[in-house]
Design a protein around this ligand. Sequence first.
Ligand code: VNL
Ligand code: MN
Length: 345
Amino acid sequence: MASKLRKIATEEAFSIPEVAAALREVARSPSQSLDKNLVKGIYDPLKPGEGYDALDFLSGLLDVEDRRLKEMDKLGVDMHLLSLTAPGVQMFDADTATELAALANDRLAEICRRHPTRFAGLATFAPQSPKRAAKEMERAIEKLKLNGFILNSHTNDEYLDDPKYWPALEAAEALGACIYIHPRAASYGFKGPLQDYGMDSAMWGYGMETGTHAVRMMCSGLFDRFPKLTICLGHMGEAIPFWLWRLDFMNTRAQAGGRAPKTKLSMAEYFQRNFVITTSGVEDHLALDYAVKKLGPDNVLWAIDYPYQPQKPAIEFMDSAPLEEETKAKLYHKNAERIFRIAPA
Ligand code: VNL
Ligand code: MN
């Protein structure tokens, strides 16, 4: 039976023409990044209708208030929490990235203002320039009233445990706003074994990249410096929930052997204190049941991953999940309202 609960989908992608045009330039550049498979396929296809373009992701990304909203109406999706799609601004030079992040945030805020009960938004920032990023993060929350931040994993093959990015983490923590770490293609060092069989993509590489990012953050002791920082991971936590026991066991050994810094808490404790996860693109009731039991019902949020995943099956997946009604209400909307400061209906 279709659930009447308010439905807030929390990893919903969009783009703007200016960012799409800049990504078309990246597609034509000599960059050897694995991201080029997706960037070329969506923004600069050889022939329209081929590859990624056959799935018409670009029009799905650029359209927010027309076809998407009509489909939301038809299917009973109350709200999309929007975020600028991967790789966001993270493949551009620092000045272009900083400028386009502000423009994308302005557009996103306008959409949210026009449809305050239908769209909320995660602000983009340019980690290439961490001090300017911190300023934009402040503006995005305090002036634009956006709901948190999106980051598409590594920037120039570097991760958030690098102290150069800490101004952005300080800003997020001080603003009390969650950073959603979304995948992009894996950093250059992972390239070799990922370039065959489509493994660079959402099939495997994205999850491995983003899971690695989160594990680096936990192992580095970053959360002792930023104890109130909240990170959101999609795709059922990028497999980390399933790995927590072994992560703890082996991290203890690495700490004892001097290969990892001493930390105040265990890896599982950091994951339970500083992370929440969403269900984007993992429509598996057994995985959901495990995640809810392992992390608790307050730390799992529903997401679709539109337009990369269709909306209807994501709703059917949650409607038919064998969960108590109160748990389902948390996953469908209450956790999103709390974490992303969305006004209750
Ligand atoms: C894909 C899937 C891409 C999910 C995504 O972001 C995503 C894909 C760029 O299938 O290419 O969130
Ligand atoms: Mn996504």
